[in-house]
Design a protein around this ligand. Structure first.
Ligand code: FCB
Length: 483
């Protein structure tokens, strides 16, 4: 690996995409306006005890009403690209059939405004807000949901077509499958390990069918992608075979359940063997693997932290491994009862996630190595800290600047070492509804006062704007002097 410190600026490729990301349910609000139907996140967040303080996305950052101001804000920051998600129940309330014209118009206007501002839109079709009607029919455990998703994807391609630069089918199917159906900390809140495996397969199938549907509508020029949260997992003791095996199993259940069918055309035999007591995998139908493996124009990578695991000693208590998005008595890591996730060592973010930029370097390098010719993009990276608006009316989020700086340095290093990484989207543009944690965790580079909806760019926003305009990362000291 190349050195981690540098005294000269790190340059990024000229056409590197500099962006920020959000997701519909986390920022839009207007949950019952404009003809939007209910999603699993409406149902889940309104169920007592499911989110911190009973927070819901009913209002969120009110982006549905303030999107023009938010586009202006992005423009002021000089962002080159914006990764947003479409709320499926806003454009197709029941998840099938007729579209809601008002919902489609919302996204059409937003995409037009972005284009006019010179901001390239990257659109995610599914960032976890499944129409409730589809969940009532079994959700992702039902194969039909994959076909409904393809229908929705095709309709969006038809309606929004050339306005979208890159279509990302799914965001982090790991979370949808395992947090939604195994640990239940995310909607729909089910705790059935076997269902999580079926969900993972149907999500893979949904991706493949949707990719084909988008290309059927728009032709081969359509750029198609998927975003994965791949797990960088380290053995507690790299000398101990059992710990290495534990990390390998996390890799199978967390990563290769998606990478395998998407990129290699099969599920690892070891994965099926490891989970055979839970499921016979009969949800795979003949032909599915061919449908899933579609050309990917870019692979989106979300990265926040690493995990450390060891083989559980007999009798050791079940601990950790919640997947970072909430606590549950049930682990999302199906079939990994003998793997113990260690409490992360500091420094930690407000999520309790450890800060390890080298994990991002290693992940991108490993993907570049394994899948030659597959362009990569970091579609999420960022950190929550307990930000406060100071007496000067500003948010001095030095810890976030440091986090971003070190992770972008890792991206620059891996590019310098030959990896084909085309862009970086910071999570997130705005403070927003952080799922099970409600509004308690702030990831934005722009602070949102939820009482007044006033937006205040944090120091990190100014730092990022300067970086985007320069296209090179200054060494830490110079970078802070430039703010
Ligand atoms: C990712 C999600 C995103 C946000 C960040 C912090 O897993 O895709 O919506 O919650 O974590």
């Amino acid at each position: 690996m190349s050195s981690t410190s540098s005294t000269s600026p790190r340059a990024f490729p000229a056409r590197f995409v500099w962006g920020a990301a959000t997701a519909a349910y986390q920022i839009e609000g207007a949950a019952t306006e404009g003809g939007r139907g209910p999603s699993i996140w409406d149902t889940f967040s309104r169920t007592p005890g499911k989110t911190l303080n009973g927070d819901t996305g009913d209002v969120a950052a009110d982006h549905y009403h303030r999107w023009r101001d938010d586009v202006a804000l992005m423009s002021e920051l000089g962002l080159g690209a914006y990764r947003l998600s479409i709320s499926w129940p806003r454009v197709q309330p029941g998840g099938r059939g007729e579209l809601n014209a008002e919902g489609v118009a919302f996204y059409r206007d937003l995409l037009d405004a972005l284009r006019e501002a010179g901001i390239t839109p990257f659109v995610t079709l599914y960032h976890w807000d499944l129409p409730q009607e589809l969940e009532d029919a079994g959700g992702w455990t039902n194969r039909e949901t994959a076909y409904a998703f393809a229908g929705y994807a095709r309709a969006m391609a038809r309606e929004l077509g050339d306005r979208v630069a890159v279509w990302t089918t799914l965001n982090e199917p790991w979370c949808s499958a395992y947090l939604g159906y195994a640990s239940g900390v995310h909607a729909p809140g089910r705790t059935e390990p076997a269902a999580a495996l079926a969900a993972a397969h149907h999500l893979n199938l949904a991706h493949g069918l949707a990719a084909a549907a988008i290309r059927a509508e728009l032709g081969e020029r359509a750029q198609v992608s998927i975003t994965l949260n791949l797990h960088v997992t380290r053995p507690a003791d790299p000398e101990r075979a059992a710990d290495l095996e534990a990390a390998h199993r996390v890799d199978l259940v967390g990563n290769h359940i998606f990478l395998g069918p998407l990129l290699d055309g099969s599920y690892p035999v070891e994965l099926r063997r490891l989970t055979s007591h839970l499921s016979d995998w009969s949800f795979i139908r003949p032909g599915d693997l061919g449908l899933i493996r579609q050309r990917l124009d870019v692979l989106g990578v979300n990265y926040y932290s690493t995990s450390y695991v060891r083989a559980r000693e007999a009798g050791a208590p079940a601990a950790g491994g919640t997947g970072g998005h909430g606590d549950s008595a049930v682990s999302p890591w199906v079939a990994l009862d003998d793997v113990e996730f260690l409490a992360p060592a500091g420094p930690l973010t407000a999520m309790g996630w450890n800060i390890e930029p080298d994990g991002l370097y290693e992940l991108l390098a490993a993907l570049d190595n394994a899948y030659e010719g597959l362009p990569l993009m970091v579609t999420e990276n960022g950190a929550a800290f307990d930000d406060v608006v100071g007496p000067d009316g500003q948010v001095h989020d030095a810890a976030r600047v440091d986090y971003l700086h070190r992770h972008l340095d890792a991206v620059a290093r891996v590019i310098a070492d030959g990896a084909d990484v085309r862009g970086y989207f910071l999570w997130s543009l705005l403070d927003n509804f952080e799922w099970a944690y409600g509004y308690s965790k702030r990831f934005g580079i722009v602070h949102v006062d939820y009482d007044t909806q006033v937006r205040t760019p944090k120091d990190s926003a100014r730092w990022y704007a300067a970086l985007v305009s320069a296209g090179e990362l200054l060494p830490p000291v110079e970078a802070s002097a430039r703010q």
